[in-house]
Design a protein around this ligand. Structure first.
Ligand code: ATP
Ligand code: MG
Length: 263
């Protein structure tokens, strides 16, 4: 059954309520409201320019909203810095991967360790032995994460030598380094070849089974079909509807949003 967007009966992990964001004359977010159930892989689809990436930028604290509210469980996230939001357990990947090209694949994952609660540098400034032990633990964790996305064999390679699809997997690995509860993936499948796509799907499923929650923007409808339930449709800065993809894809309002004309 497709239901109009609103709060579900159980408390969602992420709730976005009435978020607005304007860039000059463009109303990128026009009172966007949605929620993400804990343990779900929720899809976020919609035509180009619908406001999906802007919503991720607002949730992750990179772009301040003009109005509205964002909560992780009961905690307010809006108004916090990107760093504070990451520390509360929200991680995101970018539509265009941004690896530090001259650094190795492993180092690219390690630089994200700062957001890890309990592994702050202040805690290890006690003795060189403790610093070394903490760094060793981080390296082991980074390696385990690279293994989970099948990038471990490339750990020592410079990030700029990776293919487009491998850079997408590296983005996911970096996001995981902060042990997030909520992971925002912006088009993880874009430019990923079929073999790497299997790794990506398996990695996301394994992570969900381990208790992670995903909100996933995607234009690749095969990936949406395979991974996402429910799917939320956005158009013109608002959520249109939510439901299982098999039902959402047949809804006339969705067809209209994609075609940009009255159905
Ligand atoms: N920094 C910015 N300055 C000005 N306009 C912006 C900015 N960021 C986004 N926009 C505009 O806001 C609207 C929403 O863009 P957004 O990138 O969020 O869409 P999207 O749903 O992610 O699209 P796509 O599927 O193409 O990635 C667009 O009209 C875009 O041009
Ligand atoms: Mg986008």
């Amino acid at each position: 059954m497709i239901r109009s967007h609103g709060r579900s009966a159980t408390t969602p992990l992420l709730s976005v309520t009435g978020i607005t964001k304007r860039f000059g004359g463009v109303e990128a977010l026009a009172g966007c409201t949605l929620s993400v159930r804990e343990g779900s892989i929720t899809g976020l689809i919609g035509p180009n320019g619908a406001g999906k990436t802007t919503l991720f930028n607002v949730i992750s604290g990179l772009t301040p909203a003009d109005g509205g509210e964002i909560r992780l469980g009961e905690d307010r996230l809006d108004g916090l810095s990107a760093h504070a939001i990451a520390r509360r357990g929200v991680a995101r990947t970018f539509q265009i991967p941004r690896p530090l090209g001259r650094m190795s694949v492993l180092e690219n994952v390690l630089v994200y360790a700062h957001a890890q609660p309990g592994e702050g540098l202040a805690r290890v400034f006690t003795s060189p032995a403790r610093v070394a032990a903490a760094e060793q633990r981080l390296r082991e964790r980074a390696h385990a994460i690279l293994e989970s996305v099948e990038l471990a064999p490339l750990a020592g390679d410079r990030a700029e030598t990776l293919s487009g699809g491998q850079k997408k997997l590296l983005e996911l690995a970096r996001a995981l380094m902060s042990e997030p509860r909520m992971i925002l993936l912006d088009e993880p499948g874009a430019g990923v070849n079929p073999t790497l796509m299997r790794s990506l799907v398996e990695a996301i499923r394994t992570l969900r089974a381990a208790g992670r929650t995903f909100l996933l923007i995607e234009h690749d409808m095969d990936l949406v079909t395979e991974l996402c339930d429910p799917v939320i449709v956005m158009a013109q800065g608002r959520t249109l509807l939510e439901g299982p993809f098999a039902e959402v894809r047949r809804d006339p309002r969705v067809l209209e949003a994609y075609l940009g004309t009255a159905a």
